[in-house]
Write a protein of this length. Structure first.
Length: 186
């Protein structure tokens, strides 16, 4: 076995907790239409038919958080979301953009994490969205896996756009702050 190729995986289920609900609802709707069109509603009754259709939501939504992870090795990073994998080589990753903003529906504070890559073709891949306390402050309950993700990226020299925020997340878990990186080149 090749020992030079070590993998480190960070599961990001906390960032995607309800990501499977939409596809699950769509599958439930399609199931309900199929049951109605096929005459199963007449044979089974409305109640059992609705239960069969509704079962599609948890079947799709519950496993979804487990399918989101970042795997790093010496060559690069693999971002896996909903069974779709995308590979990024370390030399193509130019940073982690940490954008603070508000949820358009609720005005709740949130942090959006995106990789920045070269060549840049618009916005980089979404890593996750995390709710914050008002004023974009830590809640004190940030997931340990967020700290693991930040540490993993920093260990591979990926610059973080908000190193002060990253250090506060690490401190909340009793971890040392990130080492200061090189000055950015303009």
């Amino acid at each position: 076995m090749d020992t030079t190729k070590r993998f480190r995986t960070v599961r990001l289920g906390f960032l995607w907790r309800f990501s499977g609900v939409g596809p699950g609802c769509l599958l439930a709707l399609l199931s309900a239409v199929a049951l109605g069109a096929g005459g199963a509603v007449n044979r089974l009754g409305v109640g059992p038919s609705l239960l069969i259709a509704a079962a599609a939501v948890p079947v799709v939504a519950l496993p979804a958080p487990l399918s989101f992870w970042v795997r790093a090795d010496s060559e690069g990073l693999t971002l896996s979301r909903a069974l779709l994998r995308r590979r990024y080589r370390w030399h193509d990753i130019t940073g982690l953009d940490m954008a603070f903003g508000e949820d358009p529906d609720s005005d709740a504070a949130r942090l959006t994490l995106r990789l920045t890559t070269t060549p840049t073709t618009g916005r980089g891949p979404l890593v996750g969205v995390l709710g914050l306390a008002s004023g974009h402050q830590l809640r004190g309950t940030e997931p340990r896996r967020l700290a693991d993700l930040l540490t993993l990226l920093a260990a591979h020299g990926v610059p973080l756009s908000e190193p002060g925020f990253a250090d506060r997340v690490l401190a909340a878990h009793g971890l040392p702050p990130l080492a200061p990186g090189p000055e950015p080149i303009d």
